[in-house]
Write a protein that binds this ligand. Structure first.
Ligand code: ADP
Ligand code: MG
Length: 148
């Protein structure tokens, strides 16, 4: 379980870390973004999307209500937010397994709510608030054991 840690002290820095991650991530991967509401999962995604050249940061918005956003044509990055779903069967109807086959990065917020719907060979990024504007961002090349 190889992991890399980044420390951020502002949203701008988190987006820059996202742009950096975009350069080291493979073309195709499923990545769970794990962290509390407001941790910075969507902020980091903005940087990753921009770093991939799929869209500009300001054009990336949270898929809280729309559930899935695709960036690029064809999409190079999919951004999914399962926060509002309560039941596995709702998430199972989204066609996630088809997205997981795409030659794209698939970034998922709150995917850990439905572990049975996720591919076992996924990556994970954990973001923890360590101060008012400080965040610790841990990137795992393979999903670490569940947090407990
Ligand atoms: P999430 O998607 O995890 O719910 P967002 O990225 O939507 O979180 O929101 C993160 C919030 O925290 C934003 O309001 C942002 O301005 C603020 N923030 C403060 N410091 C940071 C930081 N270092 N990195 C990311 N966001 C930060
Ligand atoms: Mg979010």
């Amino acid at each position: 379980m190889k992991s890399v840690r980044f420390e951020s002290s502002s949203p701008e820095e988190t987006r820059a870390i996202g742009r950096h991650l975009a350069t080291i991530l493979p073309a195709q991967a499923v990545i769970c973004l794990v962290g509390n509401l407001g941790a910075g999962k969507t902020t980091l995604t903005k940087g990753i999307v921009e770093g991939r050249g799929a869209a500009r940061e300001e054009d990336v918005s949270s898929p809280t209500f729309t559930l899935i956003h695709g960036y690029g044509d064809p999409p190079a990055v999919y951004h999914i937010d399962l926060y509002r779903l309560d039941h596995e069967r709702e998430a199972a109807g989204l066609g996630l397994e088809e997205l997981f086959e795409m030659p794209a990065l698939v970034l998922i917020e709150w995917g850990e709510k439905f572990p049975r719907l996720l591919p076992p060979d996924r990556m994970e990024i954990r973001i923890a608030q360590s101060g008012e504007d400080r965040r610790t961002i841990d990137f795992y090349e393979t999903a670490p054991p569940p947090q407990g």
